[in-house]
Ligand binder design. Sequence first.
Ligand SMILES: Oc1cc(-c2ccc(F)cc2)cc2cncnc12
Ligand SMILES: [Mg+2]
Length: 214
Amino acid sequence: SGTSRPVRILHHVQKVAQYGDAQSVLSAVDSYCSKIEWAMNVGDLKGQILDAVVLETRPHYVLELGTYCGYSTVRIARLLPPGARLFSIEMNPQYAQVAREIIQHAGLDAKVDILVGCTSDLIPQLKKKLDIEKFDFVFIDHWKVSYLRDTKLLEECDLLRPGSVLLADNVTCPGAPDYLHYMRTSPRYESQYFPSRLEYLQVEDGMEKSVFLA
Ligand SMILES: Oc1cc(-c2ccc(F)cc2)cc2cncnc12
Ligand SMILES: [Mg+2]
């Protein structure tokens, strides 16, 4: 097949979703990935947990680790007040380009910056590059082996404040056992598990919400 899966998703969004309507973009991705071909978007079921945590947190500065096609980026950005900013890190340049076009189709490109590179390289540069002090909300959804390393990097780079909320996808499937153990035993976090299902399937998955204490 000539195109990639993310490009096929983008073409479907551009064909069926209303320009400037974030909800129609989310619905287009979810219908394509539940009926035509599976893709690793957070999906609508876990997406409702993400929505609830974002609304409860009311973040001004948001960091996302792992953009893919931008589904969760749109999901989060559509709930942010004017002036709030979302920075999303994606290491695959093709994914990043598809995400930019899906986010633009949703009319949310003014709130979102996609940074292409490896989280371990970019996280230490964020304070200087973005002139940001701390992140109020972090959505972790990239490679599971990097969850714990990157969380410790956020701490070391002083990018979290008391009350910062971290929400991690896929802590059950594919799983992030070292991250879960750290979050559930560290005195620096208050952690809570939200059981759910893997996107578009009946497989068990879940999200871990962790509040940084100090
Ligand atoms: O939500 C996700 C799901 C899966 C995944 C893949 C294969 C499988 F069999 C089960 C689950 C992989 C991911 C990688 N990065 C971010 N999110 C992901
Ligand atoms: Mg995921």
